[in-house]
Design a protein around this ligand. Structure first.
Ligand SMILES: O=c1ccn([C@@H]2O[C@H](COP(=O)(O)O)[C@@H](O)[C@H]2O)c(=O)[nH]1
Length: 477
């Protein structure tokens, strides 16, 4: 690094420290991990001179990029104004990645002009694992745009270089966290104790490139208890569910797939003390009545469980809205949780949200299915996970077969569970509770016929509950 670059970096670090862009203390990161240092470059928009300086340094670092590129794209949101400054000053076209689910208009993931096969340079403010860069790369790829390089102002040096390399992307950084620490210690802004604390944090908390493209393995998942995960949630429904699971020591959902309301009520009264949730298919009930719903709600209160209507909404937004709120079932009036396939686009989620959000309801996205030959692809699952991560105000997790997201505030609920591995004669496939929780790293088992068709419903429910909860406890050790 030349002398001038060193001076510029040092000044920038001190200025960022002054405006609290770099902070020390005890911070909970997105992954749920506690960190002694937090970098928050969102503040630079309030200091235009600083913002220009940061963008100039990013541009300087981009001079090391060997590949040609047609445009730049900032990772939303913090790097958006930085990319805008570079684009305007250097006269290089910019692309914008749309982050929110947009249920109307052109539904474009990427705004701006581009051609198939164009190369785009990514601009980012801070890199930890490289996952935010990869999200933007994925969105660009969906539109036929290639990415070979990314520029970041501050690399936290926790493994992003290797993770991105595995995806064919070279990460160029203006500075690393260790360099930031050296500058701040030299300038007496922090003491050597803090430097040591951050260094050992960086050593222990490293992200490594995955060895395959399969969903993350349980041993990669942070060993947080349901209570600890509940504390990280801002979504009240997720928080509530984590609380019930811990209090009742149950990560069991029973699927009450009976066609007579009395059968359901009898089942629910027996298994209620042992489950965190009861799942219904309300449209198979032949004698549906408001009185049945009233009694079901009373049971839910008596035994402290949530009600999940497994309707799997999948139509266009307007229809879904009517299905959720109207008809004879008025699902939104009694079900705490519903679920949806996002096959028809973002309108489904937008519609359910319009009704459910103000009633404090939760939604699970169907990301994988248990049935043999189902047509869900890896790309569809990945897109569903992204949608969930971007809509956590309403989405509480997934219906899935594997752990799909390492976000501790998203729940993974798995149907297709019996005490013995097997299948039925209509394509349903069963895994054991241990396989689902310990090996695959999911949170909750959903059991239907394994319990409902047993001669001893109560003791069978207890056996499933203990098996799933013990598997969860073992993961924590
Ligand atoms: O992929 C999926 C999604 C939902 N289900 C539902 O779960 C229960 C399973 O019942 P079992 O009697 O335990 O087979 C049922 O209500 C399904 O509609 C699923 O099985 N797989």
């Amino acid at each position: 690094m030349d002398v001038q670059a060193n001076i510029d970096t040092e000044k920038l670090v001190l200025d960022l420290f002054e405006v609290e862009g770099v902070k020390f203390g005890n911070y909970t990161l997105k992954s749920g991990v506690q960190a002694p240092v937090y970098i928050d470059l969102r503040v630079v928009v309030s200091y235009p001179e600083l913002m220009v300086r940061v963008s100039e340094m990013l541009w300087k670092a981009s001079q090391n990029v060997k590949s040609e590129y047609k445009s730049i794209c900032g990772v939303p949101y913090t790097a958006l104004p930085l990319a805008t400054c570079i684009s305007a000053k250097e006269n290089i076209p910019m692309l914008i990645r749309r982050k929110e689910a947009k249920g109307y208009g052109t539904k474009k993931l990427i705004e701006g002009k581009y051609n198939d096969g164009d190369n785009c340079l990514i601009i980012e403010d801070v890199c930890t694992s490289g996952s935010s860069v990869l999200d933007t790369v994925q969105a660009l790829k969906t539109c036929g745009i290639k990415v070979s390089d990314a520029i970041v102002l501050l690399d936290r040096e926790q493994g992003a270089v290797d993770v991105l390399k595995q995806h064919g992307i070279t990460l160029h950084s203006v500075m690393g966290l260790n360099q930031v620490m050296e500058i701040l210690e030299r300038s007496k802004k922090i003491d050597c104790e803090m430097v040591e604390k951050v260094r050992s944090f960086l050593q222990v908390n490293r992200f490594t490139p995955s060895t395959n493209t399969q969903p993350c393995q349980p041993n990669q998942i942070k060993k947080l208890s349901f209570t600890e995960r509940g504390k990280l949630c801002t979504n009240q429904m997720t928080k509530k569910l984590f609380g019930i699971m811990e209090e009742k020591k149950s990560n069991l959902v029973v699927s009450a797939d009976f066609t007579q309301s009395q059968q359901i009520l009898e089942l629910v009264d027996k298994v209620g003390p042992h489950v965190c949730m009861v799942k219904t298919h309300i449209d198979i009930v032949e004698d549906f009545s408001q009185d049945f719903i009233t009694k079901l709600l009373q049971m839910a209160q008596k035994h402290k469980f949530l009600l999940f209507e497994d309707r799997k909404y999948a139509d266009i937004g307007n229809t879904v809205k009517l299905q959720y709120n109207n008809g004879i079932y008025h699902v939104s009036s009694w079900a705490d949780i519903i679920n949806a396939h996002c096959i028809s686009g973002l309108g489904v989620l937008a519609a359910l949200k319009q009704i459910g959000l103000e009633k404090n309801k939760g939604c699970l996205l169907v990301a994988e299915m248990s049935s043999t030959g189902n047509m869900i692809t890896a790309e569809y699952t990945a897109a569903t996970v992204k949608l969930a991560e971007e809509n956590k105000d309403f989405v509480i997790g997934f219906i899935c077969q594997n752990r799909l997201s390492d976000d501790p505030t998203l729940l993974h609920l798995t149907p297709g569970v019996q005490l013995k591995k097997g299948s039925d004669d209509l394509g349903q496939q069963y895994l054991t509770p241990e396989e689902v929780i310990s090996k695959r790293g999911n949170d909750v088992i959903i059991v239907g016929r394994g319990i409902t068709q047993s001669a001893d419903v109560i003791n069978t429910a207890i056996a499933y509950k203990q098996s799933a909860y013990n598997a969860y406890c073992q993961l924590l050790q």
